[in-house]
Design a binder for this molecule. Structure first.
Ligand code: R5P
Length: 313
């Protein structure tokens, strides 16, 4: 087995390498003056089982193109099997036609990854589980949930846990929220969110009784922070004791950090599926937990042809 990292999230790739005790294979990734990407793999990979780690986070198009170019280099270097390890799958929110003459970009990205020559995909918390079906190659979609469950048990005392209420910040996340609530035998509430226009969110209603509860907002993506911060305010306005958030992918486009700093949130916990800039690392209200062990274990199991379903619980 060989592990290769693109430039999108080298800290996570190094942590996965540590978990597996396998060194990262050296690659050179360069830019021509016109910003074309060039990649060279500096070791023999003929006949190898390759795990290529590259989330397609911002700048999404550059990181996606780098992933495709690295896959192409591996195919031409006679790698036996290539698994695209994409901890955050960019474009996932474009998973259906939202109007006439619009694309399904999540499907296009799946086509590109397959066409480049990947044999498998390993990803985490896809925005919609159905995106797995956009691939005609085996696709494992891990969940950040077990990592978050451990963290919640460490963070909230047993007494506080009795007051826990898991909240989905929109109707699309109800299944995900119900699944984590089940781990704590806790109730859920739902925020009825509307998007008057792209990039803006508005809370219409809260379904469920949140008064006096320790609310945990649970979602797959925080992007501009509008959804989350508006939901936190609405929960507080309805009498919640405290509001924290656990969100797998910290996309955190501007002005997310500023919004979080001014929000009603006690804490936002994200995973390291996306490498974060200093601005995020320095924010006292944002904490990162690692999915390296989860991803590393999935890679080990795939390499050894063992079941990965044990990791989904
Ligand atoms: C949407 O369905 C997603 O699950 C997130 O709630 C959304 O992408 C968050 O976006 P923002 O932080 O910009 O409101």
């Amino acid at each position: 087995m060989k592990l290769i990292s693109g430039t999108a999230n080298e800290p996570l790739a190094r942590s996965i390498a540590d978990v597996l005790d396998v060194p990262l294979t050296q690659v050179d990734i360069e830019r021509f003056r016109d910003q074309e990407i060039f990649a060279k793999i500096n070791e023999n990979v003929r006949g190898e089982d390759i795990f290529l780690i590259q989330p397609t986070s911002a700048p999404a198009n550059d990181h996606l193109m780098e992933l495709l170019i690295l896959i192409d280099a591996l195919v031409r270097a006679s790698a036996q099997r290539i698994t695209a390890v994409v901890p955050y799958y960019g474009y996932a929110r474009q998973d259906r036609k939202t109007g006439g003459r619009t694309p399904i970009s999540a499907k296009l990205v799946a086509n590109l990854i397959q066409k480049a020559g990947a044999h498998r995909v390993l990803t985490a918390d896809l925005h919609a589980g159905q995106i797995q079906g956009f691939f005609d190659i085996p696709t494992d979609n891990l969940f950040g949930q077990p990592v978050f469950v451990d963290d919640i048990k460490d963070t909230f005392s047993k007494r506080d846990r009795e007051k826990l209420l898991f909240v989905s910040p929109d109707t699309g996340g109800v299944v995900r929220t119900r699944a984590i609530a089940k781990q704590f035998d806790a109730d859920i509430a739902i925020v009825d969110k509307r998007r008057p226009k792209a990039g803006e969110s508005e809370v219409m209603n809260i379904i469920g009784d949140v008064a006096g509860r320790s609310c945990i907002l649970y979602d797959d993506i925080i992007d501009s922070g509008g959804t989350l911060c508006n939901a936190a305010k609405a929960l507080k306005d309805h009498g919640a004791n405290s509001v924290s958030a656990y969100i797998t992918h910290g996309v955190l486009s501007d002005p997310a950090v500023e919004r979080i700093n001014k929000s009603e949130l006690t804490e936002l916990v994200i995973t390291d599926s996306i490498a974060q800039p200093d601005k995020v690392k320095k924010c006292d209200r944002i904490r990162e937990v690692s999915i390296a062990t989860l991803m590393g274990e999935a890679i080990r199991r795939i390499a050894n042809d063992e079941s990965v379903s044990k990791l989904f619980g």
